[in-house]
Design a binder for this molecule. Structure first.
Ligand SMILES: Cc1cc2nc3c(=O)[nH]c(=O)nc-3n(C[C@H](O)[C@H](O)[C@H](O)COP(=O)(O)O)c2cc1C
Length: 206
């Protein structure tokens, strides 16, 4: 029986709690791209988590979602962070979630960034600030990122982006997170090590 192909897990974290959130929709599209590249995908919606403020003494029995969030991200191999631009930065709810986690959840992992803004300049500041946080967490933040401007007019009634090039860029960031997570995984490193140590390589030079 053929061995089932290994699939990396890519988790999206949505930094908006709004009912009809452009950020959530953008992340869903990026995760479609990750799934196209063969990843298992999960969207973390912080409305489903009851979290304390980071730094507050909290009883794990009262806030079991802190451990649930941590476990979700420990299992992730690739991460997509999605945020609305709020007052020239990323959202507080996303910062709090990130501050409740740390190296155990993020170190060495691939991160793709998606930002959504109401204004015409886009979510550049939010993305730049988030990139800096990713570096502090010792994650690999991909150079490509997606910024969606004028969010109120960016999506059609079916939740697809009106600009097909932007939709493709969103999918591409998801595909990149999946591909680079896979290349970076210990499984890939083990494979290369075994290949290099193989006594004879029938496809190599004579
Ligand atoms: C508190 C707050 C601050 C905002 N600040 C900015 C801003 O600085 N620049 C901008 O372009 N849009 C700003 N916006 C608009 C949001 O970025 C925009 O509505 C975005 O679509 C929200 O994403 P969401 O639909 O996923 O919640 C702000 C919205 C709120 C509620």
């Amino acid at each position: 029986m053929a061995e089932e192909r290994y699939r990396v897990e890519v988790v999206g974290l949505c930094g908006s709690l709004k009912e009809r959130s452009a950020t959530r929709r953008a992340l869903e599209i990026a995760l479609e791209g990750a799934a196209e590249a063969g990843a298992r995908t999960v969207l973390v919606d912080l409305r489903d988590y009851s979290l304390p403020f980071a730094g507050m003494a909290h009883d794990p029995e009262v806030f079991p979602d802190v451990a649930r969030l941590s476990e979700r991200f420990r299992e992730a191999e690739g991460i997509l962070l999605g945020t609305p631009e709020y007052h020239g930065s990323f959202s507080g709810v996303l910062k709090n979630a990130l501050d409740l986690m740390g190296f155990d959840e993020f170190e060495g992992k691939m991160i793709g960034l998606v930002g959504v803004a109401g204004g015409s300049i886009g979510a550049i500041n939010a993305l730049t600030h988030l990139r800096s946080v990713g570096r502090q967490l010792h994650a690999w933040v991909l150079p490509q990122q997606v910024s969606i401007a004028r969010s109120y007019d960016a999506f059609d009634s079916e939740g697809r982006l009106k600009d097909p090039k932007l939709e493709e860029r969103l999918k591409e960031i998801g595909r990149e997170v999946a591909h680079f997570s896979c290349l970076h995984s210990t499984r890939a490193a083990d494979f290369i090590r075994q290949w290099e140590q193989a006594a004879e390589n029938p496809g190599g030079d004579q």
